[in-house]
Ligand binder design. Structure first.
Ligand code: MSP
Length: 540
């Protein structure tokens, strides 16, 4: 067996001050689906998510809740872990920036950059956004009327003695790198945005990477102190970016660096597309394969915001998973939600809408009437005409699915490589629709009225069951629980909890894998149809 090729995918590490919401769950879900697909494809996957805990806000909120900052962080980090568990995410690790394993590495990286002169002590004067804990450029400050471009609160003029990172030194190298590596920044619109900013005459300025510790302000000491100078604390963003490296900077995990994909939202593009690669160049590390910045979820056509109070929070998402809009009272399950988010989400450069009616529509079209209906029709007929045993196939009995199956695998591989999860699944759904059309056109239920036709009926149903098996394998990274159920009904190996299978993907997707005689069971409806007039879930 050849050694599997490593694949490393990360998500942003989330601020522990917020409660998890759709935005956080979405990025982690995208990474989960990609990680599961790569495990299915035989790669040695490392999937990392976690929490960013050294923000000043943590100290304030902890105080308001009568807790220490660490107690507050513990509580909220646990909420993120629970959220990702609810979504059945298969992350291999969960990093918290307050952990010693991370802090020690950050100190070592900063010490190295101090010794090479890439981090130096200087004076900084600028417009600071206290609500976001970041400086904004003079241009941004002026354009936003000296208000925070994110929260609208006042900016303040600050002067401090600071340590700086020599970002300016890496501008040319970074520009060249982005220009010559087309896939490094995705999607294209985000790449153009960054290149546009890098090409302005203003260029890159050195950036402050520390904050002075003020003995009278407990917030200023919360974080990692500057090596060799405890009167400064490392700026939270620099501390946070290093997580991608610190977690795999160990003997057994070094093989995962450089990361293949940093999945992020468009709000934090600049840190990941510019500052992070320059820090890596300064450290002499290889750059990640791709920074993928998706767009935003909005809700029922409106931007989600704290002031509107319309964030899709975890309670609402949970209510969707538990929602049972059918006569049978069967909950839709987390896979229905995973499916909607993964296929209708804001991958690419446009925002996506979480609209209740659309959720129902997509569920019914793709799952209830799509793969669910095909699976139930085929297993029904196999039960009825062949005593629940997979009939004999016949190579002479052609089907459109057989011709599509080969290209389906290579298309999925390419699409996942560029994180086009929606693109990959659009093809798989088209494939499952072919099964329905094929059944209607060949009408095995009519043919079965004449016993002499049974070999042909068997061959037709074999083609259908085989197509469902292949679709279930490819759909398993998106809907691991439902597809494990479906594969078990087809008498097949189901994916392991991390999404991998014991057989290689090429073998799993080769036409003819289903052995005649295999017991095929019908079971209850996999995706019961959602009644259009069912009341929306109560938390929604
Ligand atoms: N802690 C920083 C990231 C440091 S990474 C080294 C941070 N955290 S955050 O908690 O604010 O999470 C930001 C991320 O949440 C975004 O990049 C995106 O992945 C996700 N989303 C937040 N709101 C979102 C939407 N409305 N829609 C989709 N995703 C969004 O920034």
């Amino acid at each position: 067996m050849p050694t599997p090729v490593p694949y490393y995918i990360t998500t942003p590490i989330y601020y522990v001050n917020d409660r998890p919401h759709i935005g956080h769950c979405y990025t982690t879900l995208v990474a989960d689906c990609a990680a599961r697909f790569q495990r299915l494809a035989g790669r040695d996957v490392f999937f990392l998510t976690g929490t960013d805990e050294h923000a000043e806000k943590v100290v304030d909120s902890a105080k308001a809740h009568d807790m220490t900052p660490l107690q507050w962080a513990d509580r909220n980090a646990a909420a993120f872990k629970d959220a990702f568990k609810l979504f059945n995410c298969s992350n291999n690790d969960f990093v918290r920036t307050t952990e010693p394993r991370h802090k020690e590495k950050v100190e070592a990286y900063v010490r190295k950059l101090q010794s090479t002169g890439d981090i130096y002590l200087g004076d900084y004067e600028g417009w600071y956004d206290p609500s976001q804990e970041e400086y904004v450029t003079e241009t941004t400050a002026r354009e936003s009327n000296f208000k925070s471009p994110v929260t609208g609160r006042d900016l303040v003029k600050r002067t401090e003695k600071n340590y700086f990172f020599r970002l300016s030194k890496y501008q040319d190298a970074l520009k060249k790198y982005i220009e010559s590596n087309e896939g490094f920044l995705r999607p294209e619109a985000r790449r153009n945005e960054v290149l546009g900013r890098l090409r302005t005459p203003e260029g890159l300025q050195d950036i402050p990477v520390s904050r002075a510790v003020d003995a009278s302000d407990p917030r200023s000491a919360w974080g990692i102190l500057m090596p060799n100078d405890p009167s400064h604390r490392i700026y939270v963003w620099i501390d946070a970016l290093f997580n991608y490296l610190s977690v795999v900077d160990t003997n057994d995990r070094r093989k995962y660096w450089p990361a293949n994909v940093h999945a992020i939202g468009k709000d934090i593009l600049w840190f990941h597309a510019v500052i992070w690669p320059c820090l890596l160049m300064a450290l002499g590390e290889q750059l990640p394969g791709c920074v993928y910045a998706h767009s935003y979820w909005i809700r029922e056509g409106r931007k989600m915001s704290k002031s509107l109070g319309n964030f899709l929070d975890l309670e609402t998402l949970k209510a969707y998973a538990e929602w049972a809009p059918n006569k049978e009272g069967i909950p839709l399950g987390i896979d229905a939600l995973r499916w909607y988010l993964l296929t209708q989400g804001p991958l690419g450069a446009t925002d996506a809408d979480f609209a209740h009616n659309k959720f129902v529509e997509v569920y019914n079209a793709d799952l209830a009437n799509g793969i669910g209906n095909a699976a139930s029709r085929v297993s029904n007929m196999i039960e009825k005409y062949f005593e629940g045993k997979c009939p004999q196939g016949n190579p002479a009995e052609s089907s459109p699915m057989h011709s599509s199956a080969g290209s389906l695998l290579s298309h999925s591989g390419d699409a996942f490589q560029s994180l086009s999860i929606d693109g990959a699944y659009a093809r798989v759904i088209a494939f499952t629709r072919e099964i329905d059309t094929y059944i209607t056109e060949t009408s095995p239920f009519k043919l079965a009225k004449d016993l002499a036709n049974m070999p042909r009926v068997g061959a037709i149903l074999y083609n259908c069951a085989e197509a469902i098996r292949i679709a279930a394998v490819l759909l398993s990274p998106a809907m691991p629980t439902k597809m494990a159920d479906l594969l078990t009904r087809l008498g097949q190996e189901s994916p392991r909890p991390d999404g991998s299978f014991s057989k290689p993907l090429s073998e799993l997707c080769t036409w003819g894998g289903l052995k005649p005689g295999t017991p095929i069971t019908k079971g209850p409806a996999l995706f019961p149809r959602a009644e259009a007039d069912a009341a929306p879930p109560s938390a929604a």
